[in-house]
Design a protein around this ligand. Structure first.
Ligand code: XMP
Length: 522
């Protein structure tokens, strides 16, 4: 996707000072149908001018503005004549760099806090005078700079909000981007529409049209190759590229035999010959090959490495059969781009994706049409392109698949047990949450422990495997808590699993948070 073209579009720029919610800020702006990108706080002013944002948001961050080594804004930023909203550390940056005073608070504020705001001010239009906001700070603004007026306070924070209408500078000490701030979305809407004058024309349908045109232009008569995993991102890439160039696209779907029950058939139904999309679909059934390679291997890291390496190997062999390709397509999405170092919050998540870049496939260029989209935008594009809901709303699933959900050695029989138990568990949770979605966990699955124990079935003794059920609540998948699954749902799933899955006589529920545990068992 060409950068220049994107930036002709109305946009808001988020300058990243290292806060943990910075991606969320961009999400909220996009929820207002305004395109938004996150860039580092030290982005060159010339580049910012070129982007021509209609507004700039300075994010939170972990530092203290008065320390020399802390990141500061380029002073020229304040002369651009573009409205600026500072959030938390960003608010303190505005105060400090424009001549106010920031110091350590007598009492830090953390968590839900009652705030009183001046609802006659444009930033707080439609707010209730008193409402709950999310606070997380140890410094605070002691004196506002000249030209600013205080527009909000809490019992421990005399300047919870301030603004200078004339220059178009706005600041809030709290985090409007977090769901716990009751009126947070209103603040973003007020900022982007009323203050920055955005019209809100960022729509997924226009994204599809623009991308299709760009892909057509870029690919011409060339050939594109995509490794399709059946996950949301690669599926949406497949649908989007197929819309642009039809069967110039070849999708290779490597079925490593470690997918969930019926998953391979579901992917084939959607993308295969009788599916909705015009493309070349190559389904490689490599289950036997993977089981052979995994035979006798028990160490989790060894298993992951073998699965990863074999995956690339199988993919490359298929790619060789296709011959030269011009482009390799990938399902990179915006959080991957931000996390791998665009912003300062860059905690590079150790990528456990199966795949990566193949060494022996020659191609001219990579295309990543979803590079600027957040996950829920990717889902919206997927639905608009006609991918079934079931696939679009699929839970996260590790690249090495059930290989990391069978503790110890992987065998076809163990995969059968975990597939069946997992299908039952998911079905029970989905049934129970259909009319009561509030407690639906963020991720839930069954794994096969490597433990066998004694049981009794009918009049006979059994010595069979134990299934572990896992369900977690999380927003970022980096930390998580175990989900409080209603007891009746757990017992119903348990009864069905021990009755219906041959080889299993016990079911355990994993109550551990992450940390110290991880979400997956291996
Ligand atoms: P962990 O187990 O690290 O999982 O707490 C965090 C999230 O990442 C998913 N996960 C993976 N995703 N390839 C992936 O694409 C992998 O190898 C992998 N391992 C874990 C996991 O399902 C959870 O959502």
């Amino acid at each position: 996707m060409k950068k220049g073209k994107i930036m002709e579009r109305e946009n808001i720029l988020v300058l990243d000072f290292g806060g943990q919610y910075n991606q969320l800020i961009a999400r909220r702006v996009r929820e207002c149908n305004v395109y938004c990108e996150v860039h580092s706080s030290d982005t060159d002013i010339a580049k910012i001018r070129e982007m021509a944002p209609k507004g700039i948001i300075l994010t939170g961050g972990p530092n203290s503005v008065y320390e020399e080594s802390s990141p500061h804004a380029d002073p020229d930023l304040f002369t651009l004549g573009i409205p600026i909203l500072g959030i938390c550390y960003g608010a303190q940056i505005l105060a400090y760099q424009l001549g106010g005073r920031v110091a350590g608070a007598d009492k830090s504020e953390y968590g839900k806090t009652e705030v009183t705001v001046d609802t006659t001010k444009s930033l707080f239009k439609d707010w209730k005078e008193d409402s709950v906001v999310w606070m997380s700070h140890t410094d605070l603004i002691k004196d506002v700079p000249e030209g600013f007026t205080v527009t909000g306070h809490t019992s421990d924070c005399p300047v919870a909000a301030m603004q200078d209408d004339e220059r178009g500078f706005y600041a809030v000490q709290f985090h409007p981007e977090v769901v716990h701030t009751d009126e947070g979305m209103k603040l973003f809407r007020n900022f982007v529409y009323d203050i920055c004058g955005c019209s809100g024309d960022w729509q997924m349908s226009s994204f599809i049209d623009t991308s299709v045109t760009q892909i057509k232009e870029k690919v011409g008569n060339g050939k594109v190759l995509l490794g399709l995993s059946g996950g949301v991102d690669s599926s949406v890439v497949a649908a989007l590229i197929s819309k642009a160039i039809g069967d110039q696209l070849t999708c290779v779907f490597v079925d490593h035999g470690l997918l969930r029950k019926n998953e391979a058939d579901e992917v084939s139904e959607v993308f295969g010959d009788s599916g909705l999309f015009k493309l070349n679909f190559v389904h490689v059934d490599a289950a036997a090959h993977f089981y052979e390679k995994l035979s006798g291997v028990t160490e989790p890291e060894d298993k992951r490495k073998i699965i990863g390496a074999e995956f690339i190997d199988v993919f490359e062999k298929e790619a060789e059969k296709i011959g030269t390709v011009d482009f390799l397509a990938q399902g990179t999405i915006y959080p991957d781009v931000i996390e791998s170092g665009l912003g300062k919050s860059a905690t590079i998540k150790s990528h456990h994706n199966v795949g990566g870049l193949p060494d022996h496939v020659s191609f001219r260029e990579i295309i990543e049409p979803l590079r600027m989209l957040f996950k829920d935008e990717v889902r919206e594009v997927g639905l608009k392109l006609g991918i079934p809901e079931k696939l679009v709303y699929r839970q996260p699933f590790p690249g090495p698949g059930l290989g990391v959900r069978v503790i110890g050695e992987v065998t076809p029989d163990k995969i059968r047990m975990v597939q069946e138990a997992d299908a039952i568990y998911r079905e029970e949770i989905e049934k129970a949450t259909e009319n009561d979605p509030d407690w639906k966990p963020s991720q839930y699955y069954a794994a096969l422990t490597n433990m066998r124990s004694v049981g009794v079935m009918g009049d006979g003794r059994t010595y069979d495997y134990a299934i572990a059920l896992r369900a977690v609540i999380t927003t970022d998948f980096m930390t998580a808590t175990a989900a409080p699954i209603p007891w009746d749902v757990l017992t119903r799933a348990t009864d069905r699993i021990v009755n219906e899955v041959k080889g299993v006589n016990r079911v355990l529920y994993d109550c551990t948070s992450k940390p110290p545990a991880t979400i997956e068992l291996e």
